[in-house]
Design a binder for this molecule. Sequence first.
Ligand code: SF4
Length: 233
Amino acid sequence: MRICGFNKTTLLDYPGKVASTIFLGGCNFRCPFCQNSVLVLEPGQQPDYSQEEILAFLKKRKGILDGVCVSGGEPTLAKKLEEFLHKIKELGYEIKLDTNGSRPEIVRKLAEEGLIDKVAMDIKACLDNYSVLTGVSDPDMDKICETVDMLIHGNLNLDYEFRTTVVRELHTQKDFEEIAEWLKGAKEYYLQAYKDSEGVLKPGFTSYTLEELKGFQQILQQTISSVGIRGID
Ligand code: SF4
């Protein structure tokens, strides 16, 4: 497991908590709009924080911080993730896992062992647009759907949210009509406006306007209890 990034304090990554965020290197997708491309393409060239260093910081900040967000890359690919989360839990922190949903068996195991409290799962696109949005020709959609189903219906005593980074050049209204059907009954979903940045895997994409995002929001609200918009004023 390579810890390539560590944000000591964030109010954004774990909603409702003052948290630290840990970024693990490596990913099985190549989403063209990925903002953390160096973690995906060159994890070996990135900083390598020791677990001891992170744990010592978290121990010292107990009482000031109340959550830890584990992000990436794709954290469920990391070897020894479970052991690391055990150590964070022993310090008394709540843990949020960010995932692309490709490894439902890992999410289930972590949830059953009480090692995660919340999952934020990316919904890249509607089902038939996944290969374009993930940048891999044959993503395992059975696994993705299994994670979605587990979060909505799995009785795992796990808080969750779904979220989509919305890119003008890659999504159309059809995506959101189909996502609304796919995620029917979900409790929380966010449309995240795409933002261009230096770290993006394929630069040059743009965002929809707030008005356009509100149009997608209305479609999703027909089947999902709470639909928010992030990243745009
Ligand atoms: S956006 Fe997430 S799933 Fe996609 S390549 Fe980047 S880290 Fe991987």
